[in-house]
Design a binder for this molecule. Structure first.
Ligand code: BV8
Length: 296
């Protein structure tokens, strides 16, 4: 813990505050799904460690090599479909049913909160979903939600050993070569998912890439909730390195509306950029174990 503030770590004071709280936010990150077997982005074993995020999660990358980007997302769709929501996903959904002024802001695109029956009106997917697709043609507005076909097209089937086809090491293993500059197999443009509406563009994953605006409908909902002239009682910051904006900015925004902050993270050093404040809680450990305890 780098902060001079020693956060509270006792369940009792947190639960006492939770019980008397009405307006509650949660900011969710990849650490929430770690125990469901999905790798995080930046931590140990994190996905971005084997990929440069800008190489695979920007509109430019898709423009340059849609086959590679689709292979990466097809692999993540496949792994997310194999994963199951963990007790923390269910506990958050249960809290939402009890506290209707509790809104969850999820950075996760893995579909596990919806599969845990989180009330949809109280779940804001800030970065979209692996299971939405939309047309990449500028003039076409086609979008389709909850597309769980796996693979989404035959050309994007995952290698039988379920290794991520876009990590050169995985591919080098398969091709039994050590050269890290191995060229990935091209997926023919015509074999990528085509837009059924305009029949010009190819479909792209319905996630928010770096440099793209977050979905305006989602942002309007979140802004409307925050701008109400009422204090926010609590924000839970669960399994996120809080490095990606504007999502990470909601922690300070909630604080400015009077919220106390509870951080649940495996790494004691992963606190939001603005650090810890007096009265914050920090619960170190696996969100899948801690969150159900906290929300009991
Ligand atoms: C935008 C979808 C502008 C794709 C993702 C300031 C303001 C605004 C923007 C910026 C800004 N500064 C910089 C920017 C640009 C950029 C940005 O934030 N860059 C960062 C890297 C500095 N932001 C953007 O580009 C955003 N767009 O600003 O647009 C605009 C406005 C108008 C018009 C046009 C443009 C868009 C950002 C969204 C990018 N998309 N994902 C995909 O998934 O492939 S981000 C990606 O990171 C994921 O969504 C992920 O959820 C998110 C955050 O990561 P985390 O979830 O926190 O995961 P991480 O691995 O980092 O951490 C895991 C944590 O869990 C760790 O702390 C670990 O200790 C902990 N943990 C691990 N295991 C457990 C655990 N905790 C508990 N239990 C465990 N078991």
């Amino acid at each position: 813990m780098v902060s001079s503030i020693v956060p509270q770590t006792d369940l009792e004071s947190f639960q006492a505050h939770l019980n008397q709280s009405t307006r509650i936010l949660a900011l969710l990150g990849a650490g929430l799904s770690a125990s469901s077997g999905l790798p995080t982005f930046r931590g140990v074993g994190g996905m971005w460690r084997t990929h440069d995020a800008t190489a695979l999660a920007t509109p430019q990358a898709f423009e340059a090599n849609p086959g590679l980007v689709w292979q990466f997302y097809s692999y993540r769709r496949h792994m997310a479909l194999k994963a199951k929501p963990n007790p923390a996903h269910y506990a958050l959904a249960e809290l939402a049913r009890k506290k209707t002024d509790f809104i969850t802001l999820s950075q996760n695109v893995d579909g596990l909160s919806p599969r845990a029956h989180h009330p949809p009106s109280q779940l804001k997917l800030l970065h979209g979903s692996l299971f939405d697709v939309k047309c990449s043609d500028f003039f076409c507005r086609y979008i389709a939600r909850n597309i769980y076909t796996d693979p989404i097209v035959p050309a994007l089937a995952i290698p039988t050993d379920e290794s991520d086809p876009t990590t050169t090491s995985a591919l080098a293993r398969e091709l039994d070569i050590s050269d890290e500059n191995v060229d990935l197999p091209e997926v023919d443009y015509s074999h990528l998912p085509q837009c059924p509406q305009c029949e010009r563009g190819i479909l792209r994953p319905g996630v928010v890439w770096f440099g793209e605006a977050l979905p305006s409908s989602v942002m309007n909902d979140v802004d409307a909730y925050i701008e109400k002239n009422e204090k926010i009682d609590l924000i839970m910051v669960i399994g996120t390195s809080a490095k990606v904006y504007p999502a990470a900015g909601y922690v300070d925004t909630a604080r400015s509306k009077g919220a106390r902050v509870a951080i649940i993270n495996m790494d004691p050093n992963d606190v939001p950029a603005a650090g810890l404040h007096k009265g914050d809680w920090f619960f170190q450990g696996d969100a899948a174990k801690i969150v159900p305890e906290l929300l009991k």
